[in-house]
Design a binder for this molecule. Structure first.
Ligand code: TXA
Ligand code: MG
Length: 322
């Protein structure tokens, strides 16, 4: 891992690393972000490996301006008003993902929506311009640690899990952006942050619903147990076909995985590489759901490294539908 103080050269190097699929931590006005090319599933799998997050929450994609974001998300009137009022700034908008968006399923956790943000930090925007692609970036700390506001915090928390830290000095107060969901007729606050519900309400001239206090409002998707539930029934820890179910598609992992007797086999990773499996996870779940079979069987996946987050998602996929 290299720490480089901001300069033109450091910026070019950071942009080159992002384009090559490496992880680069960079300052924003809220916290340091752990950035990866949002269109590259292997790179995004690296974010989850570095953060040691036990689950795949959808990530925010960062852009240099509103028009770049609009190439991947559908902006309605409300989104345009909020972007005009608060961008660049500490507001993330959850919008429908465009059909032609190249952002990978791992970035959006397989959802049809996408969170987009234009940060207000000069170095962040210069980097986003130079990288010339959407950058997925959660806070640059291991899961459960405090949000990093200096390059030193990032280095202490992530160490060699990150390829480079672009040092832009102290970057903010450690309060992450406000997340607002605009995918329904209502305006739902998913995460409070620097920009308040009152400010949003004043711009839009309507109420803002709190996701946590209103039972009817959609919760942050990472918190819903049946989030990403395939249409077909899902069976965990499958080692042999279950004839009482009928034809099954097996999601297979590792060289010792027994595939005999299954109607179809889809590989998460033949070699048993948890990072490759994470990168393939959502595409394989979607593919399995399209198979002409009666059920999805998932072979045992070791519960360590990214396997913890993969198993978490598989358990949600298998959870009773509500
Ligand atoms: O201040 C920030 O926003 C920092 C800096 C680095 O920009 N970034 C950040 O990113 O906090 P991240 O990826 O950790 O934030 C993810 C939040 C979670 O609360 C997640 O549930 C929500 O955004 N989110 C992302 N995509 C979503 C989606 N499609 N639907 C609903 N919520 C989404
Ligand atoms: Mg965070």
């Amino acid at each position: 891992m290299t720490i480089r103080v901001y300069s033109e050269g450091a910026l070019a190097q950071a942009a080159g690393k992002l384009r090559a699929g490496e992880l680069v931590a960079f300052p924003t006005e809220t916290v340091y972000g752990l950035g990866a090319d949002a269109t590259n599933k292997d790179a995004v799998a690296g974010i989850f490996a570095a953060k040691q997050r036990p689950s795949f929450n959808p990530l925010i994609s960062h852009f240099p301006d509103r028009d770049a974001a609009a190439r991947h998300a559908v902006f309605d009137d409300r989104a345009d008003k909020l972007a005009a009022a608060f961008w660049p700034g500490a507001l993330s908008l959850v919008l429908p993902k465009r059909d032609d968006s190249t952002i990978c399923d791992l970035t959006t956790a397989g959802l049809p929506s996408i969170a987009v943000r234009v940060p207000a930090h000069d170095i962040a925007r210069a980097l986003l311009r130079a990288a010339d692609r959407p950058i997925a970036a959660p806070s640059a700390n291991r899961s459960g640690r405090i949000s990093p506001t200096t390059a030193g915090h990032v280095a202490a928390s992530l160490g060699n899990a990150v390829s480079m830290i672009l040092d832009g000095g102290q970057c903010g107060v450690g309060l992450e952006s406000t997340v607002v969901d605009l995918t329904t007729d209502r305006v739902v606050l998913l995460r409070p942050g620097g920009i308040t519900a009152e400010q949003i309400s004043a711009v839009l001239g309507c109420d803002v619903v709190m996701a946590d206090t209103d039972d009817d409002a959609p919760k942050s998707p990472g918190m819903m147990s049946s989030h990403y539930a395939p249409g077909l029934p899902v069976r965990l820890n499958a080692t042999t076909p279950d004839r009482t179910i009928g034809d099954e598609v097996l999601l297979a992992f590792g060289p010792d995985c027994a595939t005999g007797g299954f109607a179809q086999v889809l590989w998460l990773s033949k070699s048993g590489d948890d990072r490759e499996a994470a990168a393939n996870l959502f595409a394989v779940l979607h593919q399995a759901d399209q198979c002409r079979v009666k059920g999805i069987a998932i072979c045992p996946i070791p519960d360590d490294g990214l396997g913890i987050a993969i198993n978490d998602r598989m358990k949600r996929a298998a959870a009773p539908r509500g």
